[in-house]
Design a protein around this ligand. Structure first.
Ligand SMILES: C[S@@+](CC[C@H](N)C(=O)[O-])C[C@H]1O[C@@H](n2cnc3c(N)ncnc32)[C@H](O)[C@@H]1O
Length: 231
């Protein structure tokens, strides 16, 4: 099983990605309304749709959207061209340290293939945040990978729950199109310790309520949102 090449599937992701239909992004935008950041970094921001969603509804001075996949960054540049407050980059070294009030990290943790890669990425996010700045991370809930959701299912086996770094196949569909990707499993224990080691303190965990999870299984939550702050 090979990990997803996000550059190669950027266009297919752009086609199927509907941020308005992803309840977790609406939930995070509401959290941002309360946090009132002036400067926001969307780390692994992909095609830029979340940046646009934020620019349209929040009084932000600056939004930077960073994605290392050149095709994703290119799609984001086109999409964000009309928004003066959004800057798109595919290189983190171009981003100034310690200036962001909030960093969002949506559906990126499952792309990171080793514990070292997770620690490097979280430490880089800590570098970019101001002191006491917030990290808002969303991940597919590691405890509900075997549930079949209305637009998402995986071939994960729960016997691998404690095998951090296990790869699994994901199918995302929207009724017309289907996209297959390979994600990486990190348990709650792994994500918690990675955050602690990178200088973050968890403030809250949000398991999205059933009505917004899009699940056909009533007790399952597809998305987990982790709110943490930098020490
Ligand atoms: C599932 S997409 C999510 C995109 C966007 N955040 C969203 O919610 O639609 C995962 C994104 O993570 C990016 N990515 C992969 N590895 C990364 C890394 N090490 N650092 C930052 N972004 C990464 C990919 O290029 C891809 O755009």
């Amino acid at each position: 099983m090979n990990i997803t090449d996000w550059n190669a599937i950027a266009d297919a992701y752009f086609e199927i990605d509907d941020p308005e239909g992803r309840a977790v992004l609406t939930f995070i935008r509401e959290k941002l309304t309360k946090l009132q950041p002036k400067r926001l970094l969307d780390y692994g921001g992909g095609d830029g749709k979340f940046a646009v969603l934020c620019a349209e509804s929040l009084p932000l001075q600056e939004i930077v959207t960073y994605d290392p996949a050149p095709r994703m960054a290119s799609l984001a540049r086109s999409l964000c061209a009309d928004f003066k407050q959004i800057r798109v980059t595919d290189a983190t070294h171009e981003i100034q340290s310690g200036v962001f009030d909030v960093v969002t990290f949506n559906a990126v943790w499952m792309c990171l293939t080793s514990r070292e890669a997770c620690l490097d990425t979280l430490s880089e996010i800590a570098r970019l945040l101001r002191s006491n700045g917030r990290l808002v991370a969303s991940v597919t809930h590691p405890c509900f990978r075997t549930c079949k959701f209305s637009n998402y299912f995986t071939d994960f086996n729960n016997r691998d729950y404690s095998n951090d770094g296990t790869l699994f196949n994901v199918t995302i569909y929207d009724g017309k199109r289907e996209l297959r990707i390979v994600d990486v499993h990190w348990s709650l224990t792994a994500m918690t310790s990675q955050l602690n080691e990178s200088g973050f303190v968890i403030e809250n965990l949000y398991e999205l309520p059933r009505s917004t999870s899009g699940s056909s299984q009533p007790d399952a939550s597809l998305w987990l949102v982790i709110l943490a702050h930098k020490l």
